[in-house]
Design a protein. Structure first.
Length: 394
């Protein structure tokens, strides 16, 4: 995590006078990171000016829980709501521009943690308000070298288990003439356990029509057989148990047969082309300039739209991947569809690249994981080049 001094340096680089973090009862994770988990029962402001000692605007009742940090933060104490507003006026009087936890039109709820009233009041003081989104990324989404290595290791293991899962389908078809989505899902989850990996939800295994739903997953109550001639999507994500580990998140496509039909080949080629369009865009632009996350979505989405399948690309291009309980991290998403993610793609952050076409006849997706290191794009999750002919794996 960044030190207070490092945060202040970035506030200055962003052209702001301060970062104003508002919270109530430990709902803002940034405040908890900076202060630790404490019994705070009234409204609190944590203010990090671009220079000088940070301070808290805090109710007198809560000061009993904060005396141990007075060497790091000044306490500016209020008792009534009128005193709180007066302290804001006085404390912010010299600020022309501040960062607050907001996003453009409220489109990024993960970072939009400042309430409307607090933001409106600060704005009424004649202060320009900008989003703290990139600053939040620096604190929550930037990976250490150890975390990156854990992700690369997880990707390598997931790719191995993916191969095993497709071979198991081939074996079951050869032996019994049939397999099952639920059976393959359970196999993958079992292999994760054997490898010492964890996951928040079981992997997705879906035959063609089921794969038209991006989040279809087999359950005990609803699952389909896998037979000769079926298209099969496998989406899997897991990480190692050690603290600081980062998820791998990959999706691959297979066909139960020895020769993949032309319609599957052609549609996969479009999905692959969109995936690679985003990669090519980032490889070109990242060394040259700051890149906004939504721009990569644009590159992939345009590729699919130009080939007539735009209305079937039903989700953002990709999501941030960081150290957390879910593969969906707090950093920038490759998204100009579900939201307009204007955050920058930062050095040492990871994210998925997963375009899909979810037409009524069958769904198709390709997913890899990308990382930015030394201004260059690292492909962490492998690249599927064609639909796997599953029965050729034996």
């Amino acid at each position: 995590m960044l030190t207070v001094q490092e945060i202040q340096s970035k506030i200055k680089l962003l052209g702001a006078d301060a970062w104003i973090i508002v919270d109530y009862e430990n709902q803002n994770p940034t405040l908890v990171k900076l202060l630790g988990s404490r019994m705070l029962t009234r409204k609190i402001f944590l203010v990090l000016p671009k220079a000088g000692k940070p301070y808290l605007i805090v109710h007198r009742i809560d000061t009993i829980y904060l005396h141990d940090i007075e060497d790091q933060f000044d306490l500016r104490i209020y008792q009534t709501w009128q005193e709180m507003l007066d302290l804001e006026r006085q404390s912010f009087a010299s600020y022309k521009k501040v960062l607050m936890d907001v996003s453009e039109s409220g489109l990024l709820p993960r970072i939009s943690l400042a309430d409307h009233g607090s933001v409106s009041f600060v704005s009424s003081l004649g202060i320009e308000i900008a989003s703290s989104g990139d600053l939040q990324q620096y604190m929550t989404a930037v990976l250490s070298e150890e975390s990156l290595q854990s992700q690369l290791k997880a990707c390598k293991t997931c790719l191995k288990i993916k191969d095993e899962a497709f071979r198991l389908i081939a074996l079951k078809i050869q032996q019994n003439g049939i397999s099952d989505e639920l059976e393959i899902q359970r196999y993958i989850a079992h292999r994760f356990d054997e490898e010492g990996m964890v996951y928040d939800e079981p992997p997705l295994v879906a035959i063609g029509p089921n794969a038209s739903d991006p989040h279809y997953t087999p359950t005990e109550q609803a699952h389909s057989s896998i037979k000769e001639g079926d298209l099969v999507l496998v989406d899997m994500w897991a990480k190692y148990k050690e603290p600081g580990s980062v998820y791998a998140d990959i999706t691959w496509m297979g066909y139960v047969g020895k020769e993949v039909p032309k319609e599957y080949q052609e549609r996969f080629a479009i999905v692959k082309g969109a995936r690679d369009a985003a990669i090519s865009f980032l490889q070109k632009e990242l060394p040259l300039r700051p890149v906004h996350a939504f721009e990569a979505d644009d590159a992939a989405r345009q590729y699919i739209a130009e080939r007539g399948y735009g209305k079937y690309f039903l989700h953002r291009l990709g999501h941030n991947i960081a150290d957390g309980v879910s593969p969906h991290g707090p950093g920038a998403n490759l998204d100009n569809y579900e939201s307009h993610d204007t955050r920058l793609l930062l050095e040492n952050t990871s994210f998925s690249d997963e375009p899909g076409i979810y037409a009524p006849d069958f769904g198709m997706r390709s997913e890899t994981d990308l990382h930015i290191h030394n201004g260059q794009l690292v492909i962490a999750g492998g690249l599927q080049e064609e639909v796997i002919a599953i029965m050729n794996l034996l």
